[in-house]
Design a protein around this ligand. Structure first.
Ligand SMILES: Nc1ncnc2c1ncn2[C@@H]1O[C@H](COP(=O)(O)OP(=O)(O)OP(=O)(O)O)[C@@H](O)[C@H]1O
Length: 494
């Protein structure tokens, strides 16, 4: 990207708030400078915190299962009736060949109709002989239920202690969430046994004696190696967030080793909202002759998420702007993403000292502590969560109405380029299954601004510019969107 964007390109894609009152005033800002041909060429301040970056490894210790969530109800009949929506389907769950007991579970969760990915994938997934699948669908569109229904449909219920299906996820929180979804969808399935396999859940020397194992790759690999988990009769292996699982150095290697310990005939399912090209090639080797459901690059974002960016005058100003947004963040629930554990702790401590109620989760916390904090957040007792990439993927908390990228997601330790996949997954923590949400990405120098522009360009996103010089109007715009997202919703606490 050049410093001066040609007209008709990205600079144009970035739109001002729709309300005339909310239009950002002309000010000397990074966005203005980069977008304007006469813009200055200041060096970015480049505050790169290199240590303790989360999102790659496996957390350790503890256990816990979420069971409550403060929910937002939406009129799904309206949303699922829109043909262009990823939630639209022509079929009913009954038409997809799903067993009665599973259907009962789906209906008790208030799933009335399948989403597009469920409707498209399930007939292929349930067909005999079993065929591999690589499936892509936007964040929050119901991929979990698609593979959970498949797993529940393929089990031999006369062997309750024999591991038959394995589901792997990149974080303990996501693995435990999937386990929870499986227990809910499978609540009427007689004899179903599920065991989590994340650090702290399986005692040393104890055997895993359940039909379905849901875990993180390192723990599962260790359990198989130590012969605590018998993989000899596994029929199905599913990787959620598959691009992340196959791409990352550590996890990719672990997933491959786990696969090599499975029977050759195993059905392999790979699910994610993103499959960058390089990873897709590897995915095709990992899951050979797979049926594929793919999205085009410009179909990846969910229209319900209003994406904005805040033009911060300096690195240091970001904190004050964040603190200023606090009132908006507590209208629903919010997640603030930062790059490092240190930043998460520092901001949390500062916000708390300033009288704000926030919680933080990152890889330095013990597993059990992480479970407890996430549970506080799910239940709505804590409204603002500060975290790293460790929770960027998969976490489903329907009440999240705002996501803040305090740090723009960047690739690698050198922060040299934007990480568009992580951006999509992070903002996808809001706008779940037809709900509306807001994302605000903070830019504070040329480097971060250009990184965000490259993401906007890649996914054809119309980013709305917010300006801290016009604070009242900014608040007005964001509030209006969050409020309108709540207009058709009904918050309830369970
Ligand atoms: N058919 C359905 N009807 C109503 N709600 C559904 C249906 N399928 C899934 N949901 C709900 O939609 C939400 C998002 O589903 P899920 O977590 O599976 O999304 P996902 O596609 O895996 O997203 P991500 O890519 O972020 O992991 C969940 O709260 C789930 O309960």
């Amino acid at each position: 990207m050049t410093e001066s964007a040609p007209s008709g390109s990205l600079a144009d894609r970035i739109s001002k708030p729709t309300s005339p009152a909310a239009a950002a005033p002309a000010s000397s800002s990074w966005a203005d400078e980069v977008a304007s041909p006469t813009g200055g060429a200041k060096e970015p301040t480049g505050s790169i915190e290199q240590s303790q970056v989360d999102g790659a490894g496996e957390p350790s210790g503890g256990s816990g299962l979420h069971d409550t969530q403060y929910e937002v109800e939406v009129k799904l009949s309206d949303i699922q009736g829109d043909e262009s929506s990823p939630l639209f389907s022509v079929n009913k769950f009954e038409d997809l060949g799903i067993n009665e007991q599973i259907l009962k579970g789906l209906y008790s969760m208030n799933f009335k109709k399948p989403s597009k990915i469920q409707e498209k994938a399930l007939p292929l997934l349930l067909r005999d002989p079993p065929t591999n699948m690589i499936a892509q669908s936007q964040s929050g569109t119901g991929k979990t239920a698609a593979f959970v229904i498949t797993i529940l449909s393929r089990l031999d219920y006369s062997k309750p202690t024999q591991p038959q299906a394995l589901c792997l996820a990149p974080s303990r929180e996501l693995a435990r969430q999937i386990e929870g979804v499986m227990r809910s969808i499978g609540q009427f399935v007689d004899g179903l046994t599920i065991q989590p396999a994340v650090p702290g859940t399986v005692e040393r020397n104890a055997k895993v004696q359940a039909m379905v194992v849901v875990g993180t790759p390192g723990t599962v690999m260790d359990l198989i190696k130590r012969r605590q988990l018998d993989a000899s009769q596994m029929k199905l292996m599913c990787l959620d967030e598959a691009d992340n699982m196959l791409d990352q150095q550590g996890l990719g290697d672990q997933c491959l080793r786990v696969k090599q310990m499975m029977p050759k005939t195993i059905q392999i399912l790979l699910f994610s909202a993103t499959f960058p090209e390089g990873v897709m090639r590897y995915a095709e080797q990992f899951s050979p002759q797979a049926n594929q459901i793919k999205l085009k690059q410009d179909e990846l974002t969910v229209s319900g998420i209003k994406q904005m960016f805040m033009d911060c005058p300096s690195d240091e100003s970001r904190y004050d702007i964040l603190a200023g947004l606090y009132g908006l963040m507590t209208i629903g629930s919010s997640i603030i993403f930062v790059k490092t554990r240190e930043t998460a702790t520092r901001i949390a401590t500062r916000l708390q000292a300033d009288g704000h109620k926030v919680v933080a989760i990152h890889g330095a916390f013990e597993g059990a502590e992480r479970d407890t904090i996430l549970e506080e957040f799910r239940a709505g007792r804590a409204k603002v969560l500060i975290t790293t990439n460790v929770l960027a993927r998969g976490i489903d908390v329907q009440s999240v109405s705002m996501v803040i990228n305090y740090d723009i997601p960047m690739k690698g330790r050198s922060d040299s380029e934007a990480d568009p996949e992580t951006y999509l997954h992070r903002i996808g923590r809001t706008g779940r299954f037809g709900r509306v949400g807001v994302s605000i990405s903070f830019v504070h120098d040329r480097h971060t601004f250009q990184a965000l522009l490259s993401i906007a360009q890649l996914y054809s996103i119309d980013l709305v510019k917010l300006n801290q010089d016009d604070w009242d109007e900014t608040e007005e715009v964001v509030k209006r969107i969050i409020k309108s997202s709540r207009a058709g919703t009904n918050f309830k606490t369970s």
